[in-house]
Ligand binder design. Sequence first.
Ligand code: NOJ
Length: 766
Amino acid sequence: MRRHITLLLMILLAVACQPENNKKSRGSGDPEMDRFISGLMKQMTLEEKLGQLNLPASGDIMTGQTKSTGIAAKIREGKVGGLFNIRTVEKIREVQRIAVEESRMKIPLIIAMDVIHGYRTAFPIPLGVSTTWDMELVEKSARMAAQEATADGICWTFSPMVDISRDPRWGRVSEGSGEDPYLGSRIAEAMVRGYQGDDLSANNTMLACVKHFALYGASEAGRDYNTTDMSRIRMFNEFMPPYQAAIDAGVGSVMTSFNEIDGIPASANKWLMSDLLRDQWGFEGPVVTDYTAIMEMTDHGLGDLQQVSALALQAGVDMDMVSEGFLNTLKQSLDEGKVTMAQVDQACRRILEAKYRLGLFEDPYRYCDEERSKTEIFTDANRQFAREIAAASFVLMKNEGGVLPLKKGGTLALVGPMADNTENMPGTWSVAADFSQSTSVRKGLEAVAGSEVKILYAKGSNVVQDTLLDSRISIFGKPTYFDKRDPAVMIREAVAAAMKADVVVAAMGESAEMSGECSSRSDITLPACQRDLLKALLATGKPVVMVLFTGRPLAIPWEAAHVPAILNVWFPGTEGGHAIADVLFGAVNPSGKLSATWPQNVGQVPLFYNHKNTGRPLAPGSWFQKFRSNYLDVPNEPLFPFGYGLSYSTFTYGDPKLSAEQLSGNATLTLSVDLTNSGPADGAEVVQLYIRDLVGSVTRPVKELKGFQKVFLKAGETRTITFTVTPEELKFYNSGLVYDWEPGDFDLMVGGNSDAVKTARVNWTK
Ligand code: NOJ
């Protein structure tokens, strides 16, 4: 408190005051903060207020096309509210020093970064974290990321990314939690809890930022930054829930998306940013745009920089990332009466509030503790956790004849373009990870198998054979090490190794930057050169285990039909190699389940489990029927359904039992099911509860996830798993966009994936 007063005194300078003519209509609930910020704002010039709305990129790390320039001078002049993509305590302390010692108002900077799946210790890509279905692990991963990032000077993360997507062509499915609004919402909450903790002002918690608001994952044709367009009823039932869940969990900030909604880009969309976000959902924190999203509205066709900046402010945006449209044009818009001082004040206040909540006014160097930076980053404990969460994220797609787990003995041929690569292990958007210190599959296998297994290595193929494509997928310090040899020579070398081995492990799939931002693919199959390698390996007759790297669902029906064992490891993070070895050799039993459907081919996309029935549904299990909703050339079924994943054990479900078959009003129903670990190994199963509302005033999905539990059972153990259902789980947005439930029959389905369920019916009256 004393520091607040000192700071206030320091800023009582004789300057022309800009009256804050926008007294907040309602208080923030923290009168001390309100007083402090009002006092501060009374001293600020218009230019200084606009400076607070400006968020340039430091230039340390590139995450967009435009570079910010002359940053130190701008900080001194009070033209910078925060910085992002800067790291290390030393550098951050220096920019903070300029802000609090050399700028007139001495307002500390807020320092941000994309800390989206770990920090220096990289965890699996978010899509991988989501396939753990383990909310404790999810929360802990965010907690640990916050611990490391704050020890390096950063107090604001642009995470969680909660965009629902049903289109694996879109490369950014790798950064989200898949296709389901219920699972996505639980993950959003866990991430917010993890980053922000109970006390945002603690030096090891950070401000979270839910992104990209909104509907970014629904870009047309899966092409990044493309237009989105959807009905309100779909929007609210299927795409909005995770954003709202993050808001309800107390997320401190929101980032706009690049796409348009109803013809208006998100950053200028008043309905989205004010009517919905503020008025309906009650969000009071700052809204920041995505990278240059304001100036991009010129290309969207909304006008020049002045015009689009005014639109953004009017819509309810508070902070301008990189465009400098707020900084350079809002004064003129004010003079011309295009925006109001109240709008500027409102935005400025929200940013100052975030800084206050982070404790930056009390101590601008709160996150600049050299000691912490030496002892709390990339620790053994964090790496151990990275290994644990990576192993928990792997999805065993196939294991014919029990090829896995591998025996520790004999000779193993390790082949494939991802077998001996460290840089690609952390996956996309791992901006703070130290690639050189991640563990390759080769290193991991050698460490875990020790001298008991002889490992023969051959690369076997490139990721892709097309050099232009290779240059696009090997950027940001993640080389694919393109091998210029004749592909046939590489395959021969791998086959020679396979011939000498008892088993072949083929580490292949995408490189890290084949998914992620601006990495859309129109073809989501395994690249041809890798398929050729696989064919040659299979022809040796040796058992082949495919360790599949990918940042998206792939269309791999051929591989699924021919390769006996497939372990999907996404991009597993710093400890990927060790975690892969743990699972291959059976120290860890795989338990990941898909959070997004895998199609048979790209023509089925978008393909998702919670679809509508249509008026001409295809009879279950059949393929083609004339005048039914289907394809001539591919069945409707996915290759792997939502919720799918095998184990080294098997889990058997009893019949679900209901506490009642007839309920009325606000009652609670209990569903219980006996789950038996009927296989040879201890292991975990994700028990999933789906509901279908059989008759509604609007059409309802064929099933919707409404609960899940990840349970660990010893081999042979049986446990009764119980879910409770209330009318809350039956609610949906109707055609009037009223969120309510309707009486009638409901099917409750329980099982180990969305396609393998046992059903019980209940009638629920109002
Ligand atoms: C653009 C991305 O869309 C967003 O997710 C990220 O937070 C910003 N760049 C900042 O790096």
